[in-house]
Structures are given as structure tokens and as C-alpha cells.
Design a protein around this ligand. Sequence first.
Ligand code: AMP
Ligand code: GLY
Length: 426
Amino acid sequence: MNILLLGGGGREHALAWKLAQSPLLGKLHAAPGNPGIADHARCHALDMTDHGAVTAFCNDHGVDLVVIGPEAPLVDGLADSLRGAGVSVFGPSQAAAQLEGSKGFTKDLCLRAGIPTAGYVRATSQAEALAALDSFGLPVVIKADGLAAGKGVVIAETADEAREAIIDMFGGHFGSAGAEVVIEEFMTGEEASFFALTDGATIVAFGSAQDHKRVGDGDTGPNTGGMGAYSPARVLTPELERETLTRIIAPTVKAMADAGTPYSGVLYAGLMLTEDGPRLIEYNCRFGDPECQVLMLRLQSDLVELLSAVADNRLAAIAPPDFSPDPALTVVMAAGGYPGTPVKGGMIADIALAEAHGAKVFHAGTIRDDQGVLRASGGRVLNVSARGATVRAARDLAYDAVDAIDFADGFCRRDIGWREIARESE
Ligand code: AMP
Ligand code: GLY
């Protein structure tokens, strides 16, 4: 089977690495790819917003399956265009990707289907939003409705902060994503991520993870796309996982199918584990980054078989995914300045040395210059990942690898996995 993988970050490198292990794989193409992905795939410059060009590429290269990594092309309807041209796709339709593309859409669906989540109000004007504030306590959560690269959420501790966030969003701070806002009740508890594969009818659990969103040690400093992650999230016990599947995931998949817009792909649920059980914070319509990296390190099943079964509505016909019980952990090495403007072009060396003891280094924001030198090209640059008998063992292996890498302009958090490691020592 020939596959085209779209995307060029650490998530896609982990997917490429795992796809390449399958005996079912013929040729692997990637666009745009990155130097890590290039170890497993032929990388192409292809404009994902040009649906005609992607379809033509598939026809020209005999592509049997397209795997779409990031959310933007999904929300933009690329999966629909490809399916319309007879190409199999792993990833939801534009209508189904609204689960990530519009927070208000998801909240309304939860309300209709009785799915546990925070109470909310949708507002399409500043006056409406400010008036709605009165019905919430503090803190209160203000969200831009659309895609905002993980940045469109403000947890306001005071009424003034809440008003300011609303004025900013309607003032265009998040572009068109903030043309509508959702105001939410603040939930307390521990957060965990849960993944499920579905072809719109059959649902299979696809592991859990926890990430570290803040840039600094001790969960301090500004939010990022994620500075590290580990899997599984043991706080999500088998009972809580069952509850998540029956009370959150299954009713969502059913509601989408009933609406005539079945969801097909990976459904990534951000959960708050409250005293009253798991409640949905938000959905994403793709794998998490860097959560995917730790899932792929633990996955023992054939990824080509799984993703093509999802794409072709055959999930019920194959064995459910099998994961190693051993935990995996990933440490993000970022370029100085991140999550602000990162320093570009920093030299990176000694990845092979870092991997010599069993760690795996996934490339996120890297490029190879004309001389073949590996350089940083983005905020999050490398995902240094390892599996071990315990989270502590995985962490030690990952940090040994971090210390072997020569990346003078880079930095990382030194405490990835701290919560889980503290629990292991209890
Ligand atoms: P989201 O982009 O919706 O996942 O929100 C980003 C982060 O904001 C989440 O990971 C939570 O830490 C926090 N958050 C979002 N919504 C809520 C809520 N209703 N209550 C408490 N925290 C929230
Ligand atoms: N790591 C969070 C995300 O992928 O949305």
C-alpha cells in the first residue's frame, strides 16, 4: 500500500517511523516532511491548501491512503476533496472536524447528547459575551470559538480579566477564530488525554497520555504546544477509561453519525478528571503532538492496518490495537525564545549518539542546510523519547539522550513526568 503522510512535525515523524515498520507498506511519501521523516519517506513540496494538487499527486504516485496529521487541512475539508476523488483518507471530513474547529459546535453537541462537560454560553457579539459573564463565578474560562493554535483560551481569575479577554477576542486578537466566543464554567481536577480510533461506527480505545503545557519547570511560565508527555496516564484507571468511552466518546460518535456527518479518524479527548468523574474539556480531530510520539513508542500493532481499516470502515474486522504495558516519555527540546519568537538556525548534532542507548529522537522543527548540517527551524525542535519498565526509567533514558545531543541554542524542561514519578515512589 502506498501512503501519503501530510505534515512535517514530531507527530508526523513518529507516524512515519511506525508506518515504515509495517510489511503492508509499499512507498511512503510525505509532504512537506522533515529530515527525520526523510529517513522513512520521500518528501515533497506540496501545498496542502491546494486540494487539486494533492489529489493530482495521489493519482500520479498511485497513493492508496492519505494520512492527514494536522488539524488545519482537516478543518479546511481536504479529506472531503480526496474522498470525492476516490482516494482513501485517514482523517475526518470537514463537517466532522468541527469537533475541533468550533468549540461552540462541540458544546452544543455535548448538551444535546448529555455528555459531561463544563456549563457554557456561546456569544457572537462583545455585548452579548459581557452580559453573559454575570451568570458565571470566578475563575471563568473564555475561549475563541475557532482554531487558534492552542492559544485561544483564557482562564480569568477576576471579572476585569474576563472582560479584557472578551474585548481582545472580539477585537481580533485571534483573527477570525475569535468572531465567536464560548464562556465556560471552570472545572477542577487533573487533566488527561484519551485517544480513540473510530470509522464512524466501531470505536476502539487508542491509549492515554498526559502532557506538560507550561514552558518552565514546575509547570510555570507561558503555555506552549506541549513541552513533553508520557503514556499511559495512569490516573485514567480502567474504570474511568470505560466511563469515558461510554459517557463521552460513544455518544459523540453516535451523535455525529445520527447527524449524517459520521466521524472517522482519531478522536482526541482532553479530559478533566473531576470529583464527579471525567468531563470533556475539548476535542481534537487529530493525534496530539507530542502525545502521538509516546503512543507510537508503545504501539505494538501494525499502524498501516489500523489506519487503513479506519479509512475504509473496516475497524470491526481487525484485531483491536495492542500497546506495550511499558510507559513511554518524551522530552521536547525547543529553540531559545520559544514559545515567543524562537532562535532559528541553531546547529544540532549527535542524534545518533543520543539514540545509541535505545532512545528515539523524533524531529519536529528541523531542516538540513545546503551543507547537510541539521539546524533548528521552529519552536519545538526535537522530541527525545524513550520507553522503560517505569516512567522513571523512561525518563532517565530520555534525559541521558537529551544530554548527549549537541544543540547549544536549545532548552528543555528537566522535570517531564514529575507527577507520575512522584506517584511511582508512593
Ligand atoms: P483547550 O484548548 O480547550 O484544551 O484549553 C486549554 C487548557 O485550558 C486546557 O488544557 C485546560 O488546562 C484549560 N481549560 C480549558 N477549559 C477549561 C475549563 N472549563 N475548566 C478548567 N480549565 C479549562
Ligand atoms: N499537545 C497538545 C495538542 O496536540 O493539542
